[in-house]
Design a protein around this ligand. Structure first.
Ligand code: NAD
Length: 351
């Protein structure tokens, strides 16, 4: 029996495959852009230059200050560049941090965006924007921030460092896992989630041994696209909530926090979401989703724990309280004591 469902795909043009970057000028023109501002982090300055050279006369400048967690102060600095250069289009090339900056500018200017992701975080497929100001992170959903065009050029990921590949890949898998048990999940989302997890889980270990393996990179990128679509279309639950809390309270790195927490949050919800866990196990090619996720995490990043990411032990209690403060749909009821115990296990890195 198929339960009634509502599915609202987010409108975006997606260009997937090696070599699409060469078509970025055509993509800008298709959106009516004539003066594109290229966004990146400082570390991806060279890649931004490459994008600008493909754009030729359509590029009016670069802003290389994108920063994790999208600080509003950085957005304001970038907005000054947008105004000074009379930009009419944004081209964000990089991971979730750079794509977040493009979204933050689009929110305030309505400029069309082309996102060129170089990690597996998935932000390019969502209408979600997280921003930080004075140490506090706020998240909103609005169609204004959804990029109009997404270019997934696998060639840009061939030198993505191992740790960013592994952790942004686990971040993507987390979108898929939560989409499978989301309160508003549906058969279309479930297809994308299971297939996305399967592609990432098989490709990431190969990438760890050979960063430049283009077939594994393509599989991981397609998995990231599918799981990012799930993030944009289904309501996330305990896992994303707790990572948001931990990241905000202790300034922990985003993708690493997702990587550490995923086996623990899946274990928390496992008994209450048997069909989702069966799908995760199938995708991982194992009998048990929880031990499968823990083994994948260990294979990719080793014994990473919340303690090793810099969280203070005395933070366990306030984090648990914050995670249960505002109720939201989750397969298993949110209990302070079991959530405190779960965070403690993730802190110490115990199974
Ligand atoms: P990131 O964008 O911070 O990138 C991590 C580092 O890797 C950066 O220094 C970047 O310059 C570098 N890098 C990226 N691609 C590279 C490449 N191909 N080669 C070499 N270096 C490269 O990390 P992320 O995990 O992609 O994104 C995390 C951010 O995205 C967080 O701020 C998170 O909140 C946000 N996010 C938002 C959503 C959403 O839907 N709004 C979804 C997922 C993540």
């Amino acid at each position: 029996m198929i339960a009634p469902f509502r599915y609202e795909p987010k409108p975006a043009r997606v260009l997937f495959g090696a070599g699409w970057l060469a078509d970025v000028a055509a993509a800008v023109s298709e959106l009516g852009g004539t003066r594109a501002l290229v966004l990146s982090t400082r570390g991806q300055n060279k890649l931004a230059e490459q994008v600008a050279s493909h754009l030729g006369a359509l590029a009016v400048g670069q802003f290389n200050g994108a920063t994790m967690h999208t600080p509003v102060a950085v957005t304001e600095e970038a907005l000054a560049h947008v105004a000074a250069m009379k930009a009419d289009c944004l081209v964000a090339v990089g991971g979730g941090s750079t794509i977040g900056l493009g979204k933050a500018i689009a929110l305030r200017t309505d400029l069309p965006q082309i996102a060129i992701p170089t990690t597996y975080a998935g932000s390019e497929m969502t209408d979600i924007l997280g921003e930080t100001k004075d140490g506090a992170k706020t998240t909103q959903r609005t169609p204004k921030v959804l990029p109009e065009t997404v270019i997934y050029d696998v060639d840009l990921t061939l030198r993505l460092p191992a740790v960013v590949s592994a952790t942004s890949g686990m971040n993507a898998i987390a979108h898929g896992v939560e989409a499978l048990y989301a309160a508003d999940t549906n058969p279309v989302i479930a297809l994308m989630a299971e297939d996305g997890i399967r592609r990432l889980a098989s490709a990431l270990p190969v990438i760890m041994t050979n960063l430049g393996n283009s077939e594994a990179r393509a599989q991981a990128m397609l998995g990231g696209f599918l799981c990012g679509t799930c993030l944009g279309s289904a309501a996330m639950a305990l896992h994303h909530k707790i990572c948001h809390v931990l990241g905000g309270m202790f300034n922990l790195p985003h993708a690493e926090t997702h990587t550490v927490m995923l086996p623990h949050t899946a274990a928390y919800n496992a008994e209450a979401a048997p069909a989702a866990m069966a799908a995760v196990a199938r995708a991982l090619g194992v009998n048990n989703a929880i031990t499968g996720l823990a083994a994948l995490k260990l294979k990719l990043v080793g014994p990473m724990s919340l303690a090793s990411l810099g969280m203070p032990e005395e933070g366990i209690e306030p984090a648990a309280r914050a995670a249960v403060a505002n109720p939201y749909p989750n397969p298993r009821a949110l209990g302070l004591e079991p959530i405190r115990a779960m965070i403690a296990r993730a802190f110490h890195g115990t199974a």
